[in-house]
Ligand binder design. Structure first.
Ligand code: C5P
Length: 399
């Protein structure tokens, strides 16, 4: 998607850097259009380096391409953060005195303005009227946060947090087909302690689960992300106002968390790699090389959370599992079909893992089966692409 990020001249301009990064990390192309005043707060090289795109403030920069028209026409989404009182006034009046306001007159895509200014300016009748005018025209004007302003003063006028701006912006272009739904996603890998410092675990990063949580939140769901030792990248990518992160470590803790959250949920997606076995006993002190260490670690089987939840009578909960298998395409699919029938989940996303496939930061390809093992879809690409494709299939089950 092509996003235009307008930045105007307020002290909060530095926070737009985080909005830019979040939009880029979500895979979007971003053209930054600062005003001249914005460049007094954050300079052109920052915007150019972080966006990887040229940065202009005036219609006379690069005039050969008639940038304001080309930019406006090609944009899928426009975000202005921070939007000063002056920008709100110029946009409401339909002025075209720099590249940003001129571009705002040529866009047909959704526009979101994130205001930031002193409380007096926000509450001034002129600003109130400008906001009303812009909203009546279909522009989304966020309410500023209340809190500490530039100086010692506090009150409404603070720029909303970058995650909230990014989330609200992307929600404008995402289908809101999960609005009002409660979704539980497990991610990462469970760990079963051998002693206070060692565990049996797996290589799951949690990034696919985090991408699923984020996509659901963007589509309007309230999400509980059950995080089993997810890595930092996964944790950072799941920052969204509609996502609650609940930390779990062992399979037993994950099972308890699933039970307590699923009673009120519409969808459970078990993307976590759950340890099938745990040590029969856990040493309460570190195991030493002094001859006391056991030769054999006895394992006991963990409950299958997915099969248990899927097998219970349920009225509304849609249950989705993952199956990570090794082998060639046909072998993986055959194993997946057998697993789909055995687990009884409404949907099972089957993917090949091993030798660089599936785990960590690499592209994925999954085949989605129903509880009879019949193929209902295939999705491939980045973990974000897979998350989008999977939610398309899951959302269809909800209707
Ligand atoms: O049997 P397998 O581990 O391949 O199944 C994978 C699917 O089952 C995943 O969705 C995983 O989260 C879930 N699972 C579970 N409880 C277990 C093992 C796996 O919920 N004990």
């Amino acid at each position: 998607m092509r996003v235009l990020l307008g930045v105007t001249g307020g002290i909060a301009a530095y926070k737009a850097v985080f909005v830019l990064r979040a939009l880029r990390e979500a895979g979007h192309r971003v053209r930054v259009i600062p005003t001249e005043a914005a460049l007094k707060f954050v300079g052109r090289p920052t915007w150019e380096a972080l966006s990887g795109e040229p940065v202009a403030t005036s219609v006379f920069d690069g005039a050969t391409g008639v940038d304001h028209v080309a930019l406006g026409r090609s944009a899928d989404l426009v975000v202005v953060a921070p939007a000063t009182a002056d920008l709100l006034a110029r946009a409401a009046a339909g002025r075209a005195d720099d590249l940003l306001t001129t571009t705002l007159l040529t866009v047909t895509a959704p526009v979101l303005l994130a205001p930031a200014m002193h409380t007096e300016m926000w509450q001034h009748p002129a600003t109130v009227a400008n906001v009303a005018t812009l909203r009546a025209r279909g522009v989304t004007v966020l309410e500023p946060d209340s809190g500490r302003l530039t100086g010692a003063d506090t009150g409404p006028g603070r720029l909303p947090e970058p995650e909230a701006i990014t989330a609200a912006s992307l929600a404008l272009v995402a289908p809101q087909d999960l609005a009002g739904r409660a979704v539980v996603v497990s991610a990462g890998g469970t760990r079963e302690p051998l002693d206070p410092v060692r565990f049996l675990g797996n290589r799951s990063s949690g990034r696919q689960g985090a991408a699923l949580a984020l996509e659901a939140a963007r589509r309007g769901a309230r999400v509980t992300l059950l995080a089993a030792s997810i890595d930092e990248a996964a944790r950072t990518s799941a920052q969204h106002p509609a996502i609650d992160i609940v930390e779990v470590e062992t399979t037993a803790e994950l099972a308890d968390a699933v039970d307590s959250t699923c009673a009120a949920a519409d969808v459970l997606v078990m993307a976590a790699a759950v340890a099938d076995f745990r040590p029969a006993t856990t040493a309460d002190r570190k195991i030493k090389k002094d001859g006391s260490a056991p030769d054999v670690v006895r394992l006991v089987e963990n409950p299958d959370i997915l099969a248990t939840v899927a097998g219970r009578p349920r009225e509304r909960l849609v249950v989705v599992g993952f199956a990570a298998e090794t082998g060639d395409h046909d072998e993986v699919l055959e194993l997946g079909r057998a697993k789909a029938r055995r687990k009884g989940a409404d949907l099972l996303a089957v993917n090949a893992v091993g030798s660089g496939k599936g785990f960590g930061d690499v592209a994925n390809a999954v085949t989605v089966l129903d509880s009879d093992g019949e193929q209902v879809g295939e999705v491939a690409g980045s973990k974000q692409d897979v998350a989008r494709g999977l939610w398309d299939l899951i959302a269809a089950q909800l209707h």
